[in-house]
Design a binder for this molecule. Structure first.
Ligand code: NZQ
Ligand code: ZN
Length: 387
């Protein structure tokens, strides 16, 4: 078991109607709020009006239009400018992972004198960030309970996952009813994203029995509940369970004491969504079974056996490679069954830039240190298999 040093400073307020606590929550951080949101889903939900009504008496500035795969320019830069010019006290992020991530980069950039890209690209380390409160509307990334922010810079095809412990949200308000309106496409993609977060912690060299149990239960819960959410988008219990599965999925709690896996599927997917602006969870679902097939060998097979037997209930009394291959097929079929497009061509990606993307990943994502090390050639092969 590996050493660890763990603290999650985020207060989670979970359940239907918990938004009533918003004024009490915001009061502790100050009067001047930057309200951040995306392309308008929160207005359709009635959440925008609700927030404004509850925060009557606070001074509210706004940054809207934050896109999926949030962009450094203009969103992060605009947000930092508003914070600096108006001495903002606290950021209130209302939306999915993209809004939360963008808000984290803004929170750090607001208290940094130089170019905020220095922080995102690890050229500098932020000393502090503005406090962040969020109201989550999409279950997927776990950004509401982690210090990560994934920011894209279009002109350089960069999509960087940047970690800064100052960026843990102070408070996350999690009301599953706000996810009732999430489309089938985003619900399925959210499920695939959270499943992959768990897999990136499960498929590693050394793990504990406790963590294996957490991860296997998390994967099963996500599959069962995502199906229910797709069948009945207003199934409160399924939306609630899926939301909490996602919240815990990326926080690291499922892998305390495990050795680090290198998060290879995320490393590869970030290039796909940087170059082609695709939906993150769909990219992951496409890559994952191809990566599994690519790394299956004598050394890794038993991990796939455990996964197949405990997550998919595959009969353990068979040849280990047969079990592993059945587990990989079951993974593919699950994603396919929730209508995720399972080929890169289905999401508009052809072979023309695979070499370039593989090079970018090999240069920037450190996958030579992954559980099963991946070279540029391996990455190109996995992406080609995914076509
Ligand atoms: O922009 P609006 O109008 O809000 O619409 C959004 C967006 O179009 C919509 N949506 C959100 N809540 C909704 C809703 N539509 C109807 N009803 C609601 N209640 O859904 C679309 C996608 O939103 P987005 O925030 O992009 O999705 P998600 O939460 O999946 O976030 C994806 C981003 O998070 C990053 C990804 O790379 C991607 O950039 N990730 C962040 C992580 C982290 N911080 O730890 C980890 C992940 O691995 C991931 O990389
Ligand atoms: Zn992810």
């Amino acid at each position: 078991m590996q050493n660890f040093d763990y603290q999650t400073p985020t207060r989670l307020i979970f359940g239907e109607g918990v938004i009533s606590k918003l004024p009490e929550v915001m009061k502790q951080f100050g009067k001047k709020i930057l309200l951040t949101y995306g392309g308008g889903s929160i207005k359709k939900l009635g959440l925008y009006d609700k927030v404004k009504e509850l925060l009557d008496g606070f001074e509210i500035f706004e940054l809207s239009g934050i896109q999926p795969n949030p962009k450094y320019d203009p969103s992060v830069l605009d947000g930092v400018k508003i914070c600096k010019e108006n001495n903002i006290d606290v950021i209130l992020a209302v939306g999915g992972g993209s809004v939360l991530d963008c808000s984290k980069a803004i929170a750090a950039g607001a208290l940094y004198d130089g170019d905020p890209w220095d922080l995102i690209s690890y050229k500098a380390v932020g000393k502090a960030s503005l406090p962040i409160v969020d109201i989550l509307t999409l279950a997927a990334t776990g950004s509401e309970y982690d210090p990560g922010a994934v920011i894209s810079r279009t002109e350089t095809n960069d999509k960087i996952g940047y970690m800064d412990n100052n960026n843990y949200p102070k408070v996350s308000i999690l009301d599953p009813t706000y996810t009732f309106t999430v489309s089938k496409k985003q619900t399925a993609a959210g499920c695939a994203d959270a499943m992959n977060h768990i897999m990136e912690q499960y498929f590693c060299q050394d793990s504990t029995l406790l963590n294996d149990g957490f991860c296997e239960a998390g994967l099963k819960s996500l599959m069962v509940n995502a199906r229910k959410c797709l069948e009945n988008p207003e199934d409160y219990t399924a939306r609630a369970e899926m939301m909490f599965d996602c919240t815990l999925g990326c926080n690291g709690i499922y892998s305390l004491g495990n050795s680090y896996s290198g998060w290879p599927c995320h490393g590869m997917e970030h290039a796909l969504s940087a170059y082609y602006d695709i939906t993150h969870g769909e990219g992951l679902a496409i890559i994952t079974p191809r990566w599994m097939k690519h790394i299956l060998n004598d050394k890794t097979v038993d991990r796939f056996v455990k996964y197949g037997v405990n997550v998919f209930g595959i009969n353990a009394d068979q040849d280990h490679f047969d079990i592993a291959n059945q587990a990989i097929d079951a993974t593919y079929k699950f994603f396919e069954s929730i209508n995720i497009p399972m080929h890169l061509r289905d999401v508009g990606i052809d072979e023309s830039r695979i070499g370039e993307m593989a090079h970018h990943v090999a240069e920037n994502e450190g996958l030579e240190n992954a559980w099963v090390p991946l070279t540029e050639k391996d990455i190109a092969e996995i992406l080609t298999d995914s076509l």
